[in-house]
Design a protein around this ligand. Structure first.
Ligand SMILES: [Zn+2]
Length: 428
């Protein structure tokens, strides 16, 4: 699969997180089902915004690109988004882009103007497929173009001729640089080949970016993506969000103040094509839900391993296979958790273990981690815990309560289970 990656001129914004998580969930699920996924996601390291920032700050474009590629991956790592199998950089592909453009010019599908080379969209059968509009209506809706050399306002730049203070590469049309839409089509075809399985990206990329990627492949007579998928928008809490989250302006800021798993949970609880709301309140709700998941993981931590409940997994897969219906898949996970808890409440470990194993499998398929494992407990805490267990065994409940209070005072929370007491650090 090919997923359009970032243009690295700034710190990733909050919406980038949703897009990356949506494809990470799909990839992890496909891998979980046993498929071998080749995940290609590019880095656009040359573009107007990068050049503008570089010139404004007196730096080179590559210096800007390297810095913000770094912050992209810092945020992605924090979110638990797996690194791509391959992350081609546009600047490493310019020669192949020139080749593609030259081929389109000689086939009469593209033409040169005073400022670049443009694709003639009229020559592309099915142009408008991804916009879900025929060419006529796209043309009618297009802004009146100031560029009189263009044959249609929808024609787009494959190659941009050099302007002062810009990095350039040689081409048959003079020095210049590739247009954005040309980058992805060349890298996707090079690394995945013709007729690759899936092309993804945020819904804002469907038109014109993906339309124009596809148009070039069609014009060049090459098979492109067999399926296109687009993830929905992120709706922010606007002013509410910025007020209550203080200085959160981008994804990196956000991940410093919230559990990154909360964002994944928000993404999982919505269908990938639906908009999601990332606000203080949806993040808080997700964090509370995570608390419940972690408590479940702690409760189940000591159970022996067992084969996962086949029925629960089958229902989970059916939901995921139905256009990646993660809300339904999550509902299956909740119902397995509920059934496990009911069994554990009555000491019926034999019924609980296959369900617990199924929950573990589902969480792995969704890339959701629980913080329920054993924590390092300092010796003084361990001593208090032992003393409290002894007090309970001796039915000295007043003594046990005061020891619990001391443990809580040290920042630890206690849970009493049929298998003894369990301790974990209280969330701050
Ligand atoms: Zn792209």
């Amino acid at each position: 699969m090919y997923v359009c990656g970032p243009t690295v001129y700034d710190v990733p914004h909050i919406g980038h997180g949703r897009m990356a998580l949506a494809w990470d969930v799909l990839r992890r699920y496909l891998e979980w089902t046993g498929l071998d996924v080749r995940f290609v996601s590019n880095i656009t390291d040359i573009d107007d915004n990068i050049i503008r920032r570089a010139n404004r700050e007196g730096r080179s474009s590559s210096d800007v690109a390297v810095e913000f590629e770094g912050s992209w991956y810092t945020a992605m790592d924090a979110l638990g988004v797996k690194r791509p199998t391959l992350d081609p950089h546009a600047t490493a592909y310019v020669e192949q882009m020139v080749e593609l453009v030259a081929g389109l010019v000689s086939a009469g599908k593209a033409y040169e103007t005073s400022d670049g080379v443009y694709l003639s969209v009229e020559t592309v059968p099915g142009y408008g497929l991804l916009a879900r509009q025929p060419l006529d209506s796209l043309r009618a809706g297009a802004r009146v173009d100031v560029d009189e050399e263009k044959r249609s306002p929808l024609d787009f730049a494959l190659w941009k001729k050099a302007k002062p203070q810009e990095p350039t590469w040689p081409s048959p049309w003079g020095d210049g640089r590739p247009g954005w839409h040309t980058e992805c089509v060349v890298m996707a075809l090079d690394l995945l080949g013709e007729g690759f399985d899936l092309h993804g990206g945020g819904i804002d990329l469907a038109f014109p970016h993906h339309e124009n990627e596809r148009a070039q492949a069609v014009a060049a007579g090459r098979q492109f993506a067999r399926r296109w998928t687009h993830s929905g928008h992120v709706q922010m809490g606007g002013e509410k969000m910025s007020k209550s989250l203080g200085n959160v302006r981008n994804l990196v800021d956000l991940l410093e103040v919230v559990d990154p798993r909360a964002y994944r949970l928000i993404v999982l609880q919505s269908h990938y094509r639906a908009p999601v709301e990332v606000t203080t309140s949806t993040l808080e709700q997700a964090a509370a839900t995570l608390g419940g998941l972690d408590a479940f993981a702690r409760r189940a931590a000591d159970l022996p391993g067992a084969p996962a409940d086949a029925g629960a997994l089958e229902r989970f897969r059916a939901a995921m296979d139905d256009d990646l219906d993660t809300p339904r898949a999550m509902a299956e996970m909740w119902s397995a958790i509920k059934a496990s808890n009911t069994a554990l409440d009555t000491g019926d470990d034999a019924s609980a273990t296959p369900l617990v194993a199924a929950v573990g499998e589902m969480a792995a398929a969704l890339g959701l981690s629980f913080q329920g494992g054993s924590e390092a407990v300092p010796p003084e805490v361990a001593e208090l815990l032992t003393a409290r267990d002894a007090a309970r065994a001796a039915r000295d409940f007043a003594g046990a309560d005061s020891l619990r209070a001391r443990l809580e005072g040290l920042g630890w929370a206690l849970e009493d289970t049929p298998r003894g007491s369990r301790i974990h650090r209280k969330d701050t």
